[in-house]
Design a protein around this ligand. Structure first.
Ligand SMILES: *Cc1c(COP(=O)(O)O)cnc(C)c1O
Length: 401
């Protein structure tokens, strides 16, 4: 069997940077990424046979842990019946009805796609088609996938036109928001936000700011889009919409919705959703969208997730924080079943340079001890239902070896 290093050297030849998504890269860590052979519950095992407690959890989808037996059984049965039909089948209908019934307002209709990026791209196009306006507002420190307009502040390869149509504002800055709405009167199609940002440490949005967003978008006839790709089904079944009781116009879901297979969705009221083709003139399509395998994985996952007591998940996240905190002084905090090895405060009170300096040694120390974090300092860690008391005891043991 090839070593991790050999596998990675081969990857570097045929894949840019050796990875299929930059967040998987170990670029700043001076070691090669782990090649994972298998996962079960809260654990993953690499091709050398070394086992890790997984706190990356594929960046969020696996709320039930790896290799959930019910999902596996359902998928094995589904495999026998064929992979994709490119027409209607009953499973996407079951999942759509299940979601509409359990999510409630504003979800009256749903369109399934394959990734969070696609869901956001579709929601933005739909908002433009519905409002007949061009510009969208997004916020710094919120991630919405890799569609052009959502990357204007971080990527090359984006046209000047797209840049002009995307306004990137500071989170929580009401005067700035108000000014932008005045400057671009009747030009703003939508405001998109992560109601609980999970892609840049542990930022918490002020609820009053989110309520203000709802107010101003109603006044200015722009759509409010909550991107719940990461928070949907994680902070409660109905995501932040349920927790905040703020009703946006459109919601995007992803990650957990597919139970580990590629599923995402745009959801909203019928009067907006019907602007999508074929009823409306906003085009959107997908060869493998809502394929039966992905739909069955999502449905089997969500039926279990619907019964979760989210308080248990949060209590365990607090216990986890205490364990890390004992070991690593002040640099940890966790809530809503996510955590970061740096607190939000520390992210902003120490410089990026400092984080870049100490994160590699922290990450490698944990890796050696059989604890796997996301290899990026700013990404949050994720708990799952499989991270139970015994896993926490095991974590403590591995930390204090
Ligand atoms: C992960 C994520 C996306 C992108 O989803 P992909 O499936 O990776 O394309 C979009 N928005 C948020 C909030 C996310 O966390």
């Amino acid at each position: 069997m090839a070593t991790q290093e050999e596998l990675f050297q081969r990857s570097l030849l045929c894949i840019p940077g050796g990875v299929h998504s930059p967040v998987r890269s170990f670029q700043n860590l001076q070691i090669s990424p782990r090649f994972i052979r298998s996962g079960e519950k809260a654990f993953i095992t690499d091709t050398d046979g070394k086992e890790y407690i997984d706190f990356c959890m594929s960046f969020g989808p696996l709320l039930l842990g790896h290799a959930d037996p019910q999902i596996n059984t359902a998928l094995k049965k589904a495999l026998e019946r064929g992979l994709t039909f490119g027409t209607c089948e009953p499973y996407s209908l079951d999942l759509a009805e299940f979601l509409i019934k359990n999510l409630g307002n504003p979800v009256e209709q749903i369109r399934f796609v394959n990734s969070g990026t696609e869901a956001v791209m579709t929601a933005l196009r739909l908002a433009r088609g519905f409002t007949k306006k061009d510009k969208v507002i997004k916020f710094k420190h919120c991630y919405h996938g890799h569609t052009d307009s959502m990357l204007v502040d971080i990527s090359q390869g984006i046209t000047e036109h797209t840049r002009m149509d995307t306004l990137v504002l500071e989170l929580g800055d009401r005067p700035q928001l108000k000014k932008v709405f005045q400057t671009y009167k009747k030009q703003i199609a939508a405001v998109i936000i992560e109601p609980l940002p999970c892609n840049h440490g542990l930022i918490i949005n002020d609820k009053i700011f989110l309520e203000y967003l709802r107010e101003i978008t109603l006044e200015e006839e722009a759509l409010l889009i909550f991107d719940e790709v990461i928070t949907g089904f994680r902070v409660s079944f109905g995501g932040m919409v349920e927790r905040l009781k703020i009703i946006p116009d459109l919601i995007t879901y992803g990650k957990i919705i597919g139970g580990g297979l590629p599923v995402a969705a745009v959801a909203g009221p019928r009067k907006i959703m019907e602007y999508l083709a074929p009823t409306g003139s906003v085009y959107q399509a997908g060869t493998l969208s809502a394929n039966p395998l992905a739909m069955i994985a999502g449905l089997t996952a969500l039926r279990q997730i619907q019964k979760i007591d989210y308080r248990v998940l949060e209590e365990r996240t607090l216990s986890l924080s205490k364990i890390f905190k004992n070991w690593f002084r002040s640099f940890n905090k966790g809530e809503f079943s996510r955590f970061n090895i740096h607190t939000f405060e520390s992210l902003f009170s120490i410089t990026t340079l400092e984080i870049d300096q100490y994160f590699p040694s922290l990450f490698k120390t944990l890796l050696r001890r059989g604890i796997y974090l996301s290899p990026q300092a700013y990404e949050v860690g994720f708990m799952s239902m499989a991270h139970d008391e015994t896993v926490l005891v095991e974590l403590e043991k591995r930390l204090w070896i």
